[in-house]
Ligand binder design. Structure first.
Ligand code: ZN
Length: 250
């Protein structure tokens, strides 16, 4: 039976002599794996449309335990990303994180929307790629239910005053002055008030507006350090894409 799903290609692997196994994050079925028969044969019409980051409508045949791609109507190639190696690394990293966090049969629409808007932001280039990454990392944690606690102290649950600046990555949120003194120094980051506000914005703003702000270089530095550590403390997993991103400097 043929069915249509809308989705973004997360990864592509060669299979056999001429085929590809394509992982797609879909609106309807969560993350799925589908085979693209002949997609490595010269002249095959699936070659160009089974690439990472392709967004579109996929017509699938469902077999006993896998899908086979029959046709793809591409809505977005994100070809600007492929023209620039640094952007490719960022996009690969986003896809890898999305892959790690999603499952077949789950409702993954929020993650799909986040990935799509992050890729769009890379193309637009208004926001630095590093800031796009911070937003993507923090928001991924929020979607998975591991977002930081920002309005109350993560240790004692007292309301956090406006001017409080302590943040504990390990405990997962803001810490009040009293609790900050009790935690080991290495467990507490002291945030610039603008970083604290940016963090609050990233965690609470609607997805459509997420990639529409700028910050000073200092705040960008703080957010970059915080978000990477925050994500790592939750997943305890080093992504391949992260290693690639260490090679580029922006
Ligand atoms: Zn406290």
């Amino acid at each position: 039976m043929l069915q249509n799903v809308s989705g973004i290609v997360l990864s592509v692997m060669p299979v056999g002599d001429y085929d590809r196994r394509v992982t797609i994050l879909t609106k309807e079925k969560g993350k799925i794996a589908a085979f693209a028969r002949g997609a490595r044969r010269p002249g095959n019409n699936l070659i160009a449309v089974t690439q990472p980051c392709i967004f579109g409508e996929f017509s699938l045949f469902s077999g006993r335990d896998s899908f086979t791609i029959s046709e793809v109507k591409v809505q977005e190639y994100f070809s600007e990303i492929r023209e620039d190696l640094d952007s490719v690394y960022y996009a690969m990293y986003f896809c890898e994180v999305a892959d790690f966090y999603t499952k077949e049969g789950n409702d993954e629409r929020e993650m799909m929307k986040l990935l799509y808007t992050a890729l769009k932001a890379l193309v637009r280039g208004q926001m630095s790629r590093r800031l796009v990454r911070s937003v993507f990392e923090m928001r991924t944690c929020v979607i998975s239910g591991e977002g930081p606690m920002l309005n109350e102290c993560v240790v004692c649950h007292e309301k956090i005053p406006e001017d409080s600046r302590g943040f504990s990555v390990l405990n997962g949120g803001a810490v009040c002055e009293k609790c900050r003194e009790k935690l080991p120094v290495k467990d507490v980051m002291v945030l610039n008030p603008s970083s604290r506000y940016a963090l609050w914005f990233i965690c609470s703003t609607p997805a459509a507006k997420l990639f529409s702000f700028t910050v000073s270089p200092e705040v960008e530095d703080e957010l970059a350090a915080l978000s990477a550590e925050y994500l790592f403390a939750r997943v305890k997993h080093t992504f391949k894409g992260e290693k690639l991103l260490e090679l580029i400097s922006d």
